[in-house]
Design a protein around this ligand. Structure first.
Ligand SMILES: [Fe+2]
Length: 389
């Protein structure tokens, strides 16, 4: 503790609970908005969620314009396009509803409306000078935690690489978390994003940047997610499990916002960029293998993870207790049918050296990792993950 320096920024107001969406129009008014750009995942309409989100706006004085052609892995040009739509329509606030992609696009549009220029200009850290227009996030998956983070991730169409905008102006003004919006998520959209959320909490917990406040969020998030992911996967209408998952992903987002993520995320990047593997799935498949590699970097914390996940490790030697975390995480993956190796998701072995080089360029997560990986280490982890255990 004594050598630690850290900053915790928590500007996002959180409204959580079943039916929280009903107050959307009041919330828009409260932030001074009159006309919203509503950025949504296109599949929200097909499961009836779009109607639920729009209902409180209808009959209110809040106008809205729909922007619904969001890709699962959005490109920078999509943010530019949405900004143009909002500008032409005279929108003075942005609502992002859906998974991480819709929220990231909404966050970017908010700052592009006030800062001008193109989305491409803001890649990196601290390049956003002015606050954006008010932005409200409504997650309908329990995964990214994007509703409380200052990051928006995009594919750069020109370079095909993935990169993020990072800066305090990207923090949403308000997050509305209504567990009832998540009941219709199919099992596979419960599984991988749920493991992604767990990964946020775990990587923040073992991060070299971890501190007492991020640990508090991370530990609660890991407990909520490990206790409830399989239940939500098994029965999507289990409101209690859905509530716990939504809260877990929120707390995991708060943990990562201040302590960062680690090597799992760095190694998942090239899987998205080179093979179009969705972010959550890439992280989920890699997670047990990276944990196994990392353990010697912080066995105390990994032993704690095993305990948080419900194991009685009190009488075990430290290393053995820490190792239990690997098995338990692997089991959690199995319970929700996450593929058990990279080959199963279509990665080809010849690309591993290139993937490893790209992973090490994702500098901040690599620096946060509890064990400093060499290129050979990363290649070895991919090799093990390729065939699995
Ligand atoms: Fe993630």
């Amino acid at each position: 503790m004594e050598r630690q320096k850290f900053t915790v920024t928590q500007p996002t107001e959180i409204r959580f609970g079943c039916g929280a969406i009903d107050d959307l129009a009041v919330a828009v008014h409260g932030l001074g908005g009159t006309k919203a750009l509503l950025v949504v995942d296109p599949n929200l309409a097909s499961v009836g969620l779009l109607d639920t989100i729009i209902a409180p706006l209808k009959g209110s004085s809040v106008e809205y314009v729909l922007f619904d052609h969001i890709d699962p892995e959005p490109g920078l040009l999509l943010a530019d396009e949405g900004t143009e739509v909002a500008r032409k329509a005279g929108c003075d606030c942005v609502i992002g509803a859906g998974g991480g992609s819709a929220m990231d696009v909404a966050k970017a549009i908010s700052i592009l409306l006030t800062n001008g220029g193109k989305a491409e200009d803001y890649l990196g850290l601290g390049k956003i000078a002015k606050p954006g227009v008010p932005k409200i996030m409504i997650p309908t998956t329990a995964g990214t935690g994007a509703e409380v983070t200052f990051t928006a991730v995009f594919i750069n169409e020109k370079t095909k690489s993935k990169g993020g905008m990072n800066g305090d102006p990207l923090y949403p003004d308000l997050a509305i978390l209504d567990p009832l919006l998540t009941l219709t998520l199919p099992p596979h959209v419960t599984a991988a994003p749920g493991i992604d959320a767990f990964t946020h909490a775990l990587e923040a917990f073992v991060s070299t940047q971890a501190h007492v406040i991020s640990d508090m969020y991370a530990m609660e998030a890991m407990e909520l997610i490990s206790d409830n992911l399989a239940k939500a996967y098994a029965n999507g209408e289990n409101v209690q499990a859905r509530s716990a998952m939504l809260m877990g992903s929120l707390l995991a987002g708060k943990a990562l916002a201040t302590a960062g993520v680690g090597l799992v995320h760095a190694m998942a990047y090239p899987l998205g960029g080179m093979f179009n593997i969705p972010h959550g799935l890439a992280n989920a498949v890699l997670l047990p293998f990276v944990v196994d590699y990392n353990i010697i970097g912080n066995p105390e914390k990994y032993a704690r993870v095993a305990q948080i996940m419900g194991l009685n490790v009190a009488d075990m030697p430290l290393r053995e207790a820490a190792q239990m975390a690997v098995e338990t995480i692997y089991q959690m993956n199995q319970d929700v049918a996450i593929p058990s190796n990279l080959e199963e998701i279509g990665i080809t072995v010849d690309k591993i050296p290139e993937m490893a080089e790209i992973a090490l360029t994702v500098t901040r997560p690599v620096e946060n990792n509890p064990r400093k990986p060499s290129l050979e280490d990363v290649i070895k982890i991919y090799d093990v993950a390729f065939k699995g255990w």
